[in-house]
Design a protein around this ligand. Structure first.
Ligand SMILES: Cc1cc2nc3c(=O)[nH]c(=O)nc-3n(C[C@H](O)[C@H](O)[C@H](O)COP(=O)(O)OP(=O)(O)OC[C@H]3O[C@@H](n4cnc5c(N)ncnc54)[C@H](O)[C@@H]3O)c2cc1C
Length: 384
């Protein structure tokens, strides 16, 4: 099993300190006023968070997937919204690093590494996000590029991002459907509008939007990698990183809920003793600790698979599935431990409870991920 290098360990510790000193004191106010965390995002840029998956010479310093997962965990421990704010950006970075032309890498990656240019990915459409081969956004090839028409929904960070990795059909008639799908790197050009911010139960402070493309013209060099019909496979590869990130977010939220519950259970007394001494409460805490540790090991295993260059869709899928379900349970149990205070908006546990379900739904629902896992288990003839 691989471990972090000394330098990576320092990065995780630096981010953890920043979370305790800068994020936790302000998160409740930002959350309840649904305010975009501009200052915190600037600090994340300074710390190099936006460049964590961008190697030299395009970025300053890239880290292992395991380190990336742990940085995500720490940031989500402070506020899940902050971790979400660089999740899609990391996937787009990975896509350009791995599949982009040299010209695309040079054009985008240096500015993405500093966070000066932020990116998001647009897959989901009003008619559905699970069946991506059925997407309806079409980029019609013309002499000097493509003309895009269609709509996307639930796109995170769409207003703040200067670049969108758009999953679309460059050939809507071909079979199998995925062979007509491409990714276009679209900047804020005429014909592309961000129309509406969607209201949400959690994930506050960071916008999730509807996008519209009306005869939106982009040039030929917007096509990721320069070859049509590769977008579906490219995106599925990028989502391995995305799912490890979402699992890291879930672990971070669960850790925050556990930390709060552990502290509260020692301070609060009932029947003359701290409540953790009541076996029912103690058992909840023991199960939380066990489940979080199991989730971490699963996610680090997925990250190590990705770092080794092996296909990691099953491992990343398992990590995202387990960690998101685990986080939802841990957050509900943290409310139980807090009793009535757990239902108060003055305590952080209600926020964790509202944030946790996003990780069940986002980056491929857990139902869809079970399909991925079982298909791989059959193909690999087991757990190899
Ligand atoms: C806050 C937020 C942020 C998001 N950010 C982004 C983003 O940045 N970019 C982006 O592209 N998308 C984003 N999404 C969208 C998200 O990825 C989709 O919501 C998700 O993929 C599910 O798609 P859907 O909502 O259309 O559900 P549907 O596809 O309509 O699914 C509905 C239900 O049917 C189930 N289902 C569907 N097909 C199957 C199947 N084959 N087997 C078993 N069950 C199935 C699903 O699991 C689900 O329970 C975001 C969503 C939210 C809520």
């Amino acid at each position: 099993m691989s471990t972090l290098s000394a330098e990576e360990q320092q990065i995780v510790e630096l981010v953890a300190r920043w979370v305790d000193d800068e994020v936790r004191p302000v998160v409740n106010e930002l959350e309840h006023s649904n305010t975009y965390p501009e200052k915190l995002i600037e600090q994340m840029k300074q710390m190099g968070v936006y460049g964590l998956v961008i190697p030299e010479p395009y970025g300053d310093f890239s880290v292992s997937a395991r380190c990336y997962a742990q940085v995500t965990e720490e940031i989500a421990r402070g506020w899940m919204s902050l971790a979400g704010a660089f999740g899609g950006h990391s996937v787009v970075s990975k896509l350009i690093v791995r599949f982009g032309t040299e010209e695309q890498r040079q054009r985008y990656l240096p500015r993405m590494a500093t966070g000066e240019l932020r990116a998001t990915m647009a897959l989901t459409e009003p008619d559905g996000g699970s069946d991506l081969q059925a997407i309806r956004t079409v980029a019609r090839p013309v002499d000097d590029g493509y003309v895009i028409n269609g709509s996307k929904t639930w796109i995170t960070n769409a207003r703040m991002s200067g670049l969108v990795a758009l999953l679309c059909k460059t050939d809507p008639t071909t079979e199998p459907a995925h062979s007509g799908i491409s990714i276009l790197l679209v900047e804020k050009v005429p014909g592309f509008t961000v129309s509406r911010d969607l209201p949400k139960m959690g994930y506050k402070g960071v916008e999730s939007c509807e996008l519209h493309f009306d005869d939106c013209h982009v040039s030929t060099d917007a096509l990721l990698g320069g070859v049509e019909g590769k977008g579906f496979v490219q995106m599925m590869t990028g989502l391995e990183t995305g799912r490890i990130q979402v699992a890291g977010r879930a672990i971070g939220v669960a850790r925050a809920a556990f930390d709060d519950a552990l502290r509260y259970a020692q301070e609060r007394e009932a029947f003359g003793v701290p409540i953790w001494k009541h076996q029912s409460v103690g058992n909840l805490l023991a199960d939380m600790a066990t489940q979080i540790t199991a989730g971490q090991q699963l996610n680090y295993h997925a990250a190590d698979c990705l770092d080794s260059g092996r296909r990691a869709d099953m491992e990343a899928g398992m990590a995202k599935l387990f960690c998101s379900e685990m986080a939802a349970k841990v957050c509900l149990d943290a409310i139980r431990v807090h009793g009535g205070h757990g239902y108060s908006t003055e305590f952080d546990v209600e926020r964790y409870y509202r944030d946790a379900p996003l990780m069940i739904v986002g980056e491929g629902t857990n139902e869809v991920l079970r399909n991925v896992i079982v298909k791989q288990a059959i193909t690999r003839n087991g757990l190899t």
